[in-house]
Design a protein around this ligand. Structure first.
Ligand SMILES: Cc1cc2nc3c(=O)[nH]c(=O)nc-3n(C[C@H](O)[C@H](O)[C@H](O)COP(=O)(O)O)c2cc1C
Length: 198
């Protein structure tokens, strides 16, 4: 069985169009029979940004090499997954801060990445071979340099050792040039096709 970690950052919950997109992807994946989906809803997690005592505790634990501390559970879970799916809306030209905070907690030296002390190069330690990022955007940002969500997730994926990156975006859902449901449906169909061969 292939263990998929589904990182759900669809903050608007049932209202979320990004969730509709991710459900389309995960439904097809689930029907294939050889995938187990582990749903991590970031909205229900006590995620804390790295600052103050929380930051200092991390420094101390890393210095001691205490990598089995409960606060590193997100990093261990991420590192062990066979595949990763991330769903998040496009906010302020990128992703919600909640997802960034999650990645702050995932990027832990010795768990999800490490450093070659001989030449100073960094390399990923994660088991997953593929990461798929699903998003929906209010405006049109296909091929725009202002779109910094997809590049950030792609770069984090590569940094953590996951070489294959896929993404699907429903673009321009708030512009009312087309019914938003139609745009999301089109992207959901793309997501289903990807899931069938992913
Ligand atoms: C806080 C916030 C910030 C947003 N920032 C942008 C933005 O920078 N550019 C854009 O095109 N749309 C932006 N949007 C619109 C969302 O990208 C769009 O409505 C998206 O479909 C929301 O996804 P959801 O339905 O999954 O919540 C923003 C929406 C919110 C609530």
């Amino acid at each position: 069985m292939i263990k998929v970690l589904y990182i759900d950052c669809c903050i608007r919950g049932e209202q979320s169009r990004t969730r509709t997109l991710s459900q389309a992807f995960l439904e097809v994946l689930g029907k294939r029979g050889n995938f187990i989906i582990d749903h991590l809803s970031l909205m229900e997690e006590p995620l804390v940004p790295l600052a103050g005592d929380f930051f200092l505790q991390r420094e101390k634990l890393l210095e001691e090499g205490t990598l089995d501390h409960p606060r590193f559970r997100y990093a261990h879970q991420f590192a062990k997954a066979d595949r990763i799916v991330v769903a998040a809306p496009f906010w302020d030209l990128s992703v919600p801060a909640l997802l960034k905070i999650y990645f702050e907690n995932v990027c832990v030296q010795g768990i999800t990445f490490d450093c070659d002390t001989e030449n100073g190069s960094l390399y990923g330690l994660c088991r997953a071979d593929k990461l798929c990022f699903l998003t929906t955007r209010g405006g049109t940002y296909n091929d725009s340099p202002l779109e910094t969500g997809i590049p950030m997730i792609r770069n984090l994926s590569l940094f953590l050792g996951i070489d294959h990156f896929d993404w699907i975006a429903a673009d321009g859902v708030d512009l009312l040039l087309e019914p938003p449901e139609l745009i999301v449906k089109r992207a959901a169909t793309q997501a289903q096709h990807l899931a069938a061969k992913w």
